[in-house]
Design a protein around this ligand. Structure first.
Ligand SMILES: Cc1cc2nc3c(=O)[nH]c(=O)nc-3n(C[C@H](O)[C@H](O)[C@H](O)COP(=O)(O)O)c2cc1C
Length: 176
């Protein structure tokens, strides 16, 4: 088993795998960060689409990509947000997590958040994002979030989404 990073702080890092500036998955993740901020967590957001693509593909070194990996390494909670593309999480997320060493999420609580065009691929959270976290030895919360565009009008969640957010926070409060 890989050893746990002893320098983990009370911080949360959101990793967004959407290329959209107004990403719905990112905005839902940000609602979780708002709630953790109220609990005195330091918050960081990584927009993978703004990082150097050659570095994300592992073809060159880049300080911003190294810094993003560092923000994940330091954090206690990782909120992983992605739109569903082709029935799973985006390639942007895949290449970023491919840069991590084995055991890169050991000791971290991970919250998957995915949005889709409809409900047909909601199991991508279970067959895509959960195994991704497990492969890096992270702990995924039971209450992951899947939503569609109908669940978020501007930044106001639907009743169903609000219920999912409450369940995530209830679980996070128990874990932290
Ligand atoms: C290239 C591409 C592939 C997509 N594939 C799927 C899919 O397989 N299943 C689905 O439900 N939605 C699919 N969508 C729709 C997005 O998942 C949906 O618009 C999502 O809410 C966007 O999230 P975002 O605002 O965080 O980027 C696809 C969209 C794009 C652009």
């Amino acid at each position: 088993m890989t050893s746990v990073n002893q320098n983990i702080s009370n911080s949360v890092t959101l990793v967004s795998g959407s290329p959209n500036v107004m990403s719905s998955s990112r905005r839902i993740g940000a609602l979780i960060l708002d709630k953790l901020s109220e609990r005195k967590f330091e918050t960081n957001i990584i927009d993978l689409s703004t990082l150097n693509s050659e570095a994300l593909l592992g073809r060159k070194d880049d300080t911003d990509v190294s810094s993003a990996l560092g923000k994940v390494d330091e954090a206690r909670i990782i909120v992983i947000t992605s739109p569903i593309y082709r029935a799973t999480y985006t390639g942007l997320l895949k290449v970023f997590f491919d840069l991590m060493p084995q055991g890169g999420l050991t000791g971290k609580i991970c919250v998957p958040v995915a949005t889709g065009g409809g409900n047909m691929h909601q199991l991508a959270v279970d067959h895509g994002l959960r195994p991704l976290v497990a492969s890096l030895e992270g702990l995924t919360v039971a209450n992951a979030i899947f939503a569609t565009s109908n669940d978020l009008t501007e930044d106001t969640p639907s009743d169903a989404l609000r219920n999912m957010l409450d369940n995530v926070m209830y679980e996070l409060d128990a874990l932290i």
